[in-house]
Ligand binder design. Structure first.
Ligand code: GAL
Length: 663
């Protein structure tokens, strides 16, 4: 049974930014708008502890009481993303260093180094005191650790603390310098070390550093995020028994292993800024123009399906929880250009999240500040304290949530798309073609699945995550584990292996016996050459479509069928039984065509959707979204089923839901 909790709205609030006299009015307006959760505190260290050891709890006590008096549940952030000036001055080496060795100075946020022991002690101290004071407060609904680990490129620090920590981490991993030299291939260019003390960080090298060295530093840095977070969650659990703990992850961000951090979280959440992200994705200009004020229809959806899985890591599929901790309400301040949402977009985003099983959608932020870095970032209220457009949307969505019952989190989907953080690091370290991006490769397959009307779980490369599926898609998985391959061999799912899968060992060597290395247990094919291509070139395929940017030269073994070939005759897509291998980065047309065929082979229903329409199945309810500028008739998808809300001619940026026929 999948847990069903009532869906609610939230907001991020900074009482310390506003006069105390206004707080009661704010809390009343929040409650009137149907808001149930209010996140506070995550940047408030300098107000909680203005002097070393001199706490000022008074204002936060009053903020708790004011919000609680209006029935609001509080999400309390630990303030460790913003160490105050006095703390930095008391131990200046807690500051992170960038890859050029420059300090990431005070004056914004996230200026700390994850490896610094002294800073960790300070964090443990303030989190302990915060948890002791508020951990049992009846209005406390959840915790948030820190804020957006890794934001502003802050996972890695090239500091003395990181260097010492890295050496220690390496000595534990390899036990002897010889073992490390072999694993890294240090005989190359005379890079051999005689002791762990000789090893440096992989920055400031003359040309590229050894990929195995960089990969281990990335793993080390990711482990520091995990440890930093665990330090806080252990303390919170000791003093705030039973209150769930969340962290707010980001979009299009792969700098640390989110599945590993999620082992210590009860709730995975993420910060969704659909328009802000549009600029970062690699779709073409026409696509960006078309979706300018609503965002790419598949980008936020991919993250919902990923973070839903993260939310299940600790407590299992049936108890998994995930939220949107920050939802864009209007133009933001941080993208190169900041368009306003099209009418309907803000509501559409909330429904796409709820349909994907989000328990809370929480707007960032309550009131637009008239000062400091984010004064150009819109909010539910204008800087003058009057409601802005998103406030009205919030009222509407909360009324709608009131009128429908709880939405269960979606059950395990038939289709799993494997997502792996190490692969993202690997292809960043060694892209081989300038524009090769792991997340974009994954997105090509995800988009194709969504365009076929299929709902997807985005999962880690673990045996448990791929078992009991009808289709497993594995694009660009850098190094497969034996356990994963055993599970794929033992199962009966159709499997689509994408380019670069299995092409390296975990040590970052070319796979034994050529790629796809251990995946040859699933399909007898060798990759004997790869080529990367500039944006102006591509590889046309004989039956239409093309590979762009990346193509492999495949040598199929006996019993392997060529399903598609390039116009120059080289096999491009091969299959053996239920396993397919795709030797290139497919353009949209090719990805869609292959996905469609494979879904049919796996016996999964596909839909023929209009460009702007997306569908999400959640148990017995199917949600249909129109991301486009024109009304679209979706009656064929409804097929006479009972409408829960919305209309079959779906206006621009509208959503409809209907009950699926029982199977
Ligand atoms: C998020 C961050 C918030 C705020 C917001 C602005 O990345 O967590 O604190 O900066 O962006 O869009």
């Amino acid at each position: 049974m999948v847990a069903a909790r009532k869906q609610i709205l939230g907001v991020c609030y900074y009482p310390e930014h506003w006069p105390d006299e206004r707080w009661d009015e704010d809390a009343r307006m929040m409650a009137d708008a149907g808001i149930a959760r209010v996140r506070i505190g995550e940047f408030a260290w300098s107000r909680i502890e203005p002097q070393p050891g001199g706490y000022d709890w008074d204002w936060m006590d009053r903020a708790f009481e004011t919000l609680a008096a209006h029935g609001l549940g509080i999400v309390l952030g630990t303030p460790t993303a913003t160490p105050p000036k006095w703390l930095v001055d008391s131990m200046p080496d807690m500051i992170a260093l960038d890859r050029n060795g420059n300090p990431r100075g005070f004056g914004s946020r996230r200026h700390y180094c994850f490896s610094h022991r002294g800073y960790r002690r300070e964090c443990a101290r303030i989190v302990t005191d915060l948890a002791k004071r508020y951990g049992r407060h009846p209005a406390l609904a959840a915790w948030q650790t820190d804020n957006e680990y890794g934001c502003h490129d802050t996972v890695e620090s090239y500091s003395r603390a990181a260097l010492e920590g890295f050496r220690d981490w390496l000595s534990q991993k390899y036990q002897s310098p010889d073992a490390l030299n072999r694993a890294w291939g240090n005989v190359f260019w005379s890079m051999e070390y005689r002791s762990f003390e000789e090893i440096g960080l992989p920055n400031l090298t003359v040309t590229e550093a050894n990929p195995s060295h960089v990969m281990d530093f990335q793993r080390y840095s990711s482990d520091q995020v995990v440890a930093f977070n665990r330090l806080q969650t252990d303390i919170i659990r000791a003093h705030s028994h039973g209150v769930p703990i969340a962290h707010n992850f980001m979009g299009r961000f792969t700098g640390f292993d989110h599945f590993a951090v999620s082992r210590d979280l009860d709730i995975a959440s993420w910060d969704s800024y659909p328009i802000g992200f549009l600029d970062r994705d690699t779709s073409d200009e026409e696509n960006k123009r078309h979706y300018l004020g609503v965002g790419d229809p598949d980008n936020q959806a991919l993250h919902h399906d990923l973070y839903r899985t993260c939310g299940q890591v600790r407590n299992g599929e049936s108890e998994g929880r995930w939220w949107v901790m920050e939802q864009q309400p209007g133009p933001v301040n941080w993208a190169p250009w900041n368009p306003a949402p099209f009418p309907g977009a803000v509501r559409l985003w909330a429904w796409e999240a709820f349909a994907a099983g989000a328990e809370v959608v929480s707007y960032f932020r309550w009131r637009q500040p008239s000062f400091a870095q984010e004064q150009m970032h819109e909010a539910l209220l204008l800087p003058d304290g009057e409601p802005n457009e998103a406030f009205e949307v919030c009222c509407r969505v909360s009324r709608e949530l009131e009128s429908i019952g709880a939405i269960a989190a979606p059950k395990r989907q038939d289709v799993a798309l494997v997502f792996d953080y190490e692969s993202a690091w690997a292809w960043k370290i060694q892209p081989q073609g300038r524009d090769f991006s792991y997340i974009d490769l994954v997105m090509r397959f995800y988009r194709a699945l969504r365009q076929c009307g299929v709902s997807v779980d985005v999962v880690p490369p673990d045996p448990g995550a791929v078992s009991d599926r009808r289709l497993v898609v594995v694009p660009g998985l850098f190094a497969g584990t034996q356990a994963l391959i055993d599970a794929l061999v033992a199962g009966d799912a159709t499997v689509l292996l994408g380019p670069r899968t299995g092409s390296k060992t975990a040590d970052f060597h070319i796979a034994d016996g050529l790629p796809p290395g251990p995946f040859r247990r699933l399909i007898d094919v060798n990759v004997r050459r790869v080529e990367s291509l500039p944006p102006f070139a591509s590889v046309p395929l004989a039956d239409g479509g093309r590979f762009d940017g990346w193509r492999e030269f495949l040598v199929p073994g006996n019993g392997v069928v060529t399903k598609r070939a390039a116009t120059d005759g080289h096999p491009a897509h091969v299959a053996q039984g239920r396993v397919h291998y795709l030797g290139g980065r497919p353009d949209e047309e090719t990805a869609k065509a292959i996905t469609d065929e494979i879904l049919q082979e796996a016996g999964i229903e596909t839909l023929d959707l209009h460009r702007d329409i997306r569908v999400r199945d959640n148990g017995a309810v199917r949600y249909v979204f129109n991301y486009g500028p024109e009304p679209v008739d979706v009656a064929d998808i409804f097929d006479g089923a009972q409408t829960l809300f919305g209309t079959t001619v779906l206006p621009p940026r509208e959503v409809a839901a209907f009950r699926l026929q029982p199977e």
